[in-house]
Design a protein around this ligand. Structure first.
Ligand code: GLC
Length: 553
């Protein structure tokens, strides 16, 4: 098979949405696939390249749909396969790709495989679809992940008369990948969705597929071997499909998923944590180090970069980043206090930043210019708020605010039927913070995102260019270049809460024209001691040289 050099997903901007909370087409209070289809023109206008849908499969919804009872069907509340076909067709028509969440590691307790397993004789293939033990002492080094909900990775099943393993909720038994029949079933699931034309998969919780005693049961060689099988299966279809790993691990542990014959992309949650830490203490030394390290491990644009997602802002137990980094973030954001869930901060971006648009745009300005796949969480383009007090991670999963009308235009259903309450908190009320209002205000956050994504489209160096850190003489200022043949974009960002004057070494481009992209204004020609002033949380994208630039046309 010919080796592809161009992929649709190189440097693509991914918009993550929760189908149940995005747009309700039939007035039952629950968002659905037809609702997403109706919003494709908006997403096209916004400027994203792909949408990632959190799980759309039948589920009792004990874990937001990550507890699945049928991998090859669609939850009836969301629609059916015909609705998905329509969504795919319309999305492709709008030049938007569709990525599904694929949960390989576990099922719902109510999945027929589990019901069959618990009644099947011990040692049978059917029983062995899951991981059973006579006691709860195995894999003692594997941390409990949902530590606010569970205190053990094992649960007693009275029917089977054995304990089963669950790395997440007790409602989510882990599949047993040592059983070849499980591997086959899950590869068949992949085939099923590929046949329907999806463009990629976000592979949920990939590190945990296999378990071995004496380890954390994360990213074991057997897990990588299975992922290589999965990749080969996908490649055999001959389509350009994106496989993206969710592995909440330090880069040294997530890099192996990006071996050439394994997955295409992986989230870099270390950079996410370091971005918030850098902002919290106004220093970017560790962030620089972390960026360098990620590029040294896997150069190029294969790291997916989220600021926030549907989970807590994961900081971890000292494994993902040092405990001192965790403390810096926790102490640096007063609005994080009292919102710790499992291993991180259970807040949306805007309220975490206390509604201040400056750090918000700074973080997105970095996201859109660092090497990788920027991931924008639905509603964050508006600075949408959250609903503290809702159960689990629901504070971050409330309905999208479209208009000032009833339920923020999300649904025509009466309030009590809504999947979750729309935001009415002061400062974030949907009557003010919504798409319709912000589209009409040229200075809104939404229009800012639209302009940023438009600029990014015009600058291939940001999409696929090489990355090089440049020397900055100010501890708060991060400076880097993104370079392709014929285009250089230099970025400087001030992570500090006060203004910063500094000089940058642009000696390599000495004498070249420098033009700021976002404001379109001319700066003095580049030099090795190039003075610049950045406002508190300010940043610039400069086009240096301009040969062959699409932006100059
Ligand atoms: C991933 C998902 C999270 C889910 C968990 C178990 O971490 O992001 O929402 O609860 O996997 O499937």
């Amino acid at each position: 098979m010919a080796i592809r050099t161009e992929h649709w997903w190189t440097g693509c901007v991914i918009y993550q949405l929760m189908p149940r909370s995005f747009a309700d087409s039939d007035g039952d209070g629950i968002g659905d696939l037809a609702g997403i289809t109706s919003k494709l023109p908006y997403l096209r206008w916004l400027g994203v390249d792909a949408i990632w849908l959190t799980p759309i499969y039948p589920s009792p919804l004990k874990d937001g749909g990550y507890d699945i009872t049928d991998f090859t069907a669609i939850h009836p509340e969301l629609g059916d396969l015909a609705d998905l076909a329509e969504l795919l067709e319309q999305a492709h028509h709008h030049d938007i790709r569709v990525i599904l969440d694929l949960v390989l590691n576990h099922t719902s307790l109510l999945h027929p495989w589990f019901q069959r397993a618990r009644w099947a004789p011990s040692g049978s293939v059917e029983r062995d679809f899951y991981v059973w033990r006579d006691d709860d002492r195995s894999y003692a080094d594997a941390p409990v992940l949902f530590r606010h909900f569970e205190d053990s990775n094992w649960e007693w099943d009275p029917v089977a008369g054995q304990y089963y393993l669950h790395r997440f909720l007790r409602h989510q038994p882990d599949l047993n990948y040592d059983n070849p029949a499980v591997q086959e079933e899950m590869l068949t699931v992949v085939d099923f969705w590929l046949d329907r034309g999806v463009d990629g998969f976000r592979l949920d919780a990939v590190p945990f597929l296999f378990e071995r005693d004496g380890t954390r049961c994360e990213g074991l060689p057997e897990t990588h071997a299975f992922l290589r099988r999965l990749r080969a299966r996908v490649d055999a279809g001959g389509r350009d499909v994106l496989l993206i790993a969710e592995a909440i691990q330090p880069v040294r542990e997530s890099a192996p998923y990006l071996a050439d014959d394994e997955l295409h992309a992986a989230f870099d949650f270390e950079i996410t944590a370091q971005l918030f830490a850098a902002l919290a203490h106004g220093q970017c030394g560790e962030l620089r180090h972390c960026l360098m390290h990620a590029q040294a491990q896997v150069p190029g644009c294969r790291w997916a970069l989220p600021l926030r997602n549907h989970d807590e802002l994961w900081l971890g137990d000292g494994h993902l980043v040092d405990e001192s980094v965790v403390q810096t973030v926790v102490n640096g954001f007063p609005n994080a206090r009292g919102h710790w869930l499992n291993w991180g901060i259970n807040r949306r971006l805007a309220p975490l930043l206390n509604g201040d648009p400056r750090p918000n745009t700074l973080l997105h300005g970095l996201l859109y210019s660092l090497p990788g796949l920027p991931c924008l969480y639905y509603g964050d383009e508006l600075g949408m708020g959250d609903w503290p007090g809702l159960r689990d991670r629901d504070p971050n999963r409330t309905p999208m605010a479209w208009t000032s009308e009833r339920n923020g235009g999300f649904s025509t259903a009466p309030d009590p039927l809504l999947v979750l309450p729309p935001i009415t908190a002061p400062g974030y009320d949907y009557r003010v913070v919504n798409v319709e209002v912000q589209q009409q205000l040229s200075g809104s956050l939404l229009n800012w995102h639209h302009r940023m994504l438009t600029s990014r489209r015009l600058l291939p160096a940001l999409r696929q260019g090489g990355f090089e850190l440049l020397t900055s003489r100010h501890p708060s200022v991060l400076c880097y270049a993104r370079v392709t043949d014929g285009m250089t974009v230099v970025v400087a960002a001030n992570l500090g809460a006060t203004g910063a004057s500094t000089s940058l070494d642009l000696g390599r481009w000495s004498g070249s024209r420098v033009r700021e992209v976002l404001a379109g204004c001319e700066f003095p020609p580049a030099s090795d001691d190039w003075f610049v002033y950045l406002n508190a949380y300010g940043f610039f994208w400069w086009l240096v040289g301009e040969q062959g630039s699409e932006a100059s046309s």
